[in-house]
Design a protein around this ligand. Sequence first.
Ligand code: SF4
Length: 362
Amino acid sequence: MSDRSDIPNGPKRQVAMVFDLNKCMGCQSCSVACKRLWTRGEGEEHQWWCSVNTQPGRGVPRDWEQMGGGYRDGRLVLGSKPTLEEFGGGWSFNQQEVFFRGRGQAAPLRPRTAEGTPPTWGPNWDEDQGAGEFPNSYYFYLPRICNHCTHPACVEACPSGAMYKRRADGLVLRDEDRCQGSQDCMRACPYKKIYFNHVRGVAQHCNLCFPRLEEGVAPVCARNCPGRLAFVGYLDDEDGPIHKLVNVWRVALPLHAEYGTEPNVFYVPPLSPYRLNEDRSIDTGNMRIPLEYLESLFGPDVGRALETLRSEIHAVRAGGRSELLDTLIVYAWKSLFGPFTREPATVTPPPTGLAASQEGTR
Ligand code: SF4
């Protein structure tokens, strides 16, 4: 049987992820683990398949939400193609001057682009800036990977059949031997999570660590998250946390569902403290993060999702129990990963994508 799913019938099952934004501290452990495992080659310097940006912010690639792509009225729309500069490029530093020429603090580290000029953007250029005025300023972190969409615009746009949706688990993968470098996938993806390798002339993107999944090991971003906020599993596993968070409790929502690709990465939206009035009294009618802003990211259901979380918190504070909160707290790490709880060190020989497990990336 072909490994490829024809999109109209769809895959047999769908692997999905849920990120709980209330627990993300922006430590970048996921980004660094992914970088270390997958994008250390030539032409991959600017590639961060997993990126964590501060919201509100311009993100990476810069202003990606304004770049277009996805579907409008069911029709594929090609947006713009992010440039290397908008991705932040890959920087080099003057380490020799700083560390080995005895100049002390007279020689600080200076990043330079591939052209030797000071960079004008980077993967976390606006980190922790956020929005709002003191004492009501706010921000939160948003981890982003490829959404392994149910209707992947990248697959429809690919003229050479290199991009495909896998039948067994719904992953959106690419056959690099078929890629002709048209970069139409980059234009079509509304999340701008495809990168172009200018050295090899091929597109590259998050493959959800498929060699690890095939061995029962969770993706490296999820396993390396110290906050235990990244759930992985099958969307149709009725006993698993993903199904319950998305379909039963409905507190995990897709990002920018209006793009029309039906993403399979979901987010538990961030709660925030109440706003303070000018006299520093508490405005119990409004949260610090404006609801309108959250709705612009996660859609009109976000207020209901936050209300569900709040009422569960109140129930626990009143002495009750909450299966929802117990699920989100994650007392045991294995409860995050459904069928993907195997230790990578037990896989021998390590398949592609597990090699770095032997070098300290879990
Ligand atoms: Fe394709 Fe972008 Fe969806 Fe990933 S997020 S499947 S690259 S359209």
